[in-house]
Design a protein around this ligand. Structure first.
Ligand SMILES: Nc1ncnc2c1ncn2[C@@H]1O[C@H](COP(=O)(O)OP(=O)(O)OP(=O)(O)O)[C@@H](O)[C@H]1O
Length: 579
């Protein structure tokens, strides 16, 4: 029960306390006007059955006054319930979304990469929307649907226990059916939920892959997978409704059977002279008022359970452990890898790697494709922690450091530059949020992008497409260099572009990179001879192991893998070290 409440409020049940209390209050207030009607009926009945010589006018006025008063209280209660429910639901989901987004930022990249981005997007949007729905349409009604009958029946028991017992007669069967069906409900709900997430993933894949589909004139497989996901979702939806619906209808039928039983018992007791007609009328009125919200609440149960699963996914995401470490990184920034072993799942990608990167030097990492170069950079940036060994920053284990503070010490320029759908100015500003326009322009000039930016229709205010789709690869990479210049971190992690650029772009890029790395500690994945030749140290990786280390001339003399790669690459026109 507590878990359900925690899940359905994304771990923040207090937000829904007020709406629940107001809804219970409004539903209780809803019973009282009928009490007044019953009292008035009783007075009129007393007069007509000649129990009283005159109509109790004063009593009738009182009953009428009471009814107006309770209707006013009911109105206020409903208004407050409505307002607090919507406010509570939307506030808690807005806070929850921000909390999840913040949490995602702190999770190890490894966790994020293991998830489909569609799945996380589904949690951020659909799961929260479902919770809003549950909080506004189900939770307060369900809680009050459970509390009101207990209170009402408790009251009626004191009035006449036989009628109250008849009214409740079907309840045990109803509860038994609901309890019995809940496991089935969870099972069907889970596969329905999964089908819905799959559908979102396939749709995202289809849209992202559209360029390739068009470029290669593909029709089939991607669309087929999407179609299959659509039809699985349809099947699961029909199954969920079709299988569960009848159980709930039967549960409601048993509950409402109590009303007819009570009617029979009432007639019998009236005939026996044991109860009066007004008393019976009171039971009928209150009974129907209590059963209506309860039936509605039962019909909401499947959707509610489904919403609880959405909340559970959110809470589980929030439970994922963030990267530990609180220490401030030291001023010194020598970097050292000590016997580092790292695997993606089962696959070992770096095997007992040790290396030193001294402050102010340039280290080039070379090696065949798949040898683990990018992974090495990711470990230095603490996107992941190694399974064995240590990555030391300024002599301290990076595992003890706050990842965000560590990140302030490093700038990364990778090949797959992501630009946000925002102005060029803001995209550069990600390097340092408080940078002024002058500083942004100065960084852009350093990174050789000022000129091309000024040629764009709105200059720095030009909005780039999502992912930077409106700019060329070289332009995007220079913008990411401008970000790094602005960030002014002492360590630069750089993955040289492998894609060939036109000569002008190439020249600008080289100029931008040379300016960026000047006087800093640089670790770069080298694909070009120029950078390798002047590196202070070259580390050669092969199948996740360091097979050679040293300066260019030393390695050439050694005649090992580096010499082979060098010879191979020098012969080709490509000027590239990675084969
Ligand atoms: N996120 C990941 N999950 C699982 N395996 C991965 C992941 N990233 C990389 N790998 C695998 O780890 C190995 C090393 O990859 P890495 O990208 O570090 O190599 P690389 O030397 O940078 O290659 P390249 O020069 O082609 O970019 C490869 O076999 C790759 O398939």
């Amino acid at each position: 029960m507590m878990n359900t409440l925690r899940y359905i409020t994304a771990g923040n049940p207090r937000k829904m306390l007020k709406p629940i209390l107001w809804t219970v209050f409004a539903n209780l207030a809803n019973l009282f006007p009928f009490g007044c009607v019953a009292a008035a009926v009783s007075m009129i009945y007393a007069y007509y059955s000649a129990e009283r010589p005159a109509l109790d006018i004063q009593g009738l006025w009182l009953a009428w006054g009471g009814m107006v008063l309770f209707l006013a209280v009911l109105f206020i209660g409903e208004l407050m319930a409505y307002r607090s429910t919507y406010r509570g639901a939307y506030e808690s989901s807005a806070e929850g979304r921000a909390q999840v987004a913040e949490h995602l930022r702190k999770l190890p990249l490894g966790f994020l990469l293991s998830k489909d981005s569609g799945e996380l997007g589904h949690t951020m949007m659909n799961d929260f929307t479902q919770m809003e729905h549950a909080a506004t349409h189900s939770l307060p009604q369900l809680v009050s649907g459970a509390i009101i009958p207990v209170l009402a029946f408790g009251g009626l028991l004191f009035v006449d226990w036989r009628l109250a017992a008849a009214m409740l007669a079907g309840f045990p069967v109803t509860i038994l059916i609901l309890w019995g069906v809940s496991r089935l409900e969870r099972k069907l709900g889970k596969s329905h939920s999964q089908a819905r997430i799959d559908q979102a993933n396939r749709l995202q894949e289809y849209l992202l892959g559209m360029k390739i589909i068009k470029a290669y004139n593909l029709r089939g497989e991607n669309f087929q997978r999407l179609e299959q996901a659509f039809s699985r979702y349809r099947r699961e939806s029909i199954k969920l409704e079709g299988v569960l619906g009848p159980f709930f209808l039967v549960a409601i039928a048993f509950m409402e059977a109590g009303l007819s039983l009570m009617t029979m018992a009432g007639v019998y007791l009236i005939l026996g002279g044991e109860i009066t007609v007004p008393l019976f009328a009171t039971f009928l009125l209150v009974g129907t008022r209590v059963f209506d919200p309860l039936s509605a609440a039962i019909m909401r149960l499947p959707a509610f359970k489904y919403d609880v699963m959405a909340g559970e996914r959110i809470v589980n995401l929030l439970k994922q452990p963030v990267m530990a470490g609180e220490k401030e990184p030291p001023e010194d920034h020598d970097i050292r890898l000590e016997n580092v072993t790292f695997a993606y799942g089962e696959k070992t990608v770096l095997d007992n790697v040790s290396m030193d990167m001294k402050k102010g030097t340039l280290t080039a990492i070379v090696g065949p494709s798949g040898s683990g170069k990018s992974t090495l950079l990711r470990l230095i940036a603490r996107f992941y922690d190694p399974q064995q060994g240590k990555v030391l920053f300024g002599g301290s284990d990076e595992r003890e450091m706050d990842p965000e503070k560590l990140m302030k010490k490093m700038s990364m320029v990778f090949q797959d530059v992501y630009l946000f759908q925002d102005t060029i100015r803001n995209n550069i500003r990600y390097g340092r949020e408080d940078a002024t326009q002058e500083e942004i322009e100065a960084a852009a000039k350093e990174a050789c992008c000022h000129e091309f930016i000024m040629k764009l229709p709105q200059g720095y205010d030009t909005i780039v497409g999502e992912g930077g789709s409106t700019l060329s690869g070289g332009e995007k990479q220079r913008i990411s260099i401008a970000r790094a210049v602005l960030k002014n971190a002492p360590v630069i992690l750089l993955d040289e572009a492998t894609s060939s650029l036109d000569p002008e772009n190439e020249r600008d890029m080289q100029k931008a990179i040379s300016r960026l790395i000047k006087g800093r500690t640089v670790i770069l994945i080298a694909h070009r001879l120029k950078t390798v030749v002047r590196a202070d140290r070259i580390v050669v990786l092969d199948k996740g192991r360091v097979v050679e280390q040293g300066r260019h001339e030393e390695l050439l003399t050694n005649g090992g893998l580096y010499a082979k790669l060098w010879e191979l690459q020098s012969k080709t026109s490509g000027w590239r070290i990675t084969p």
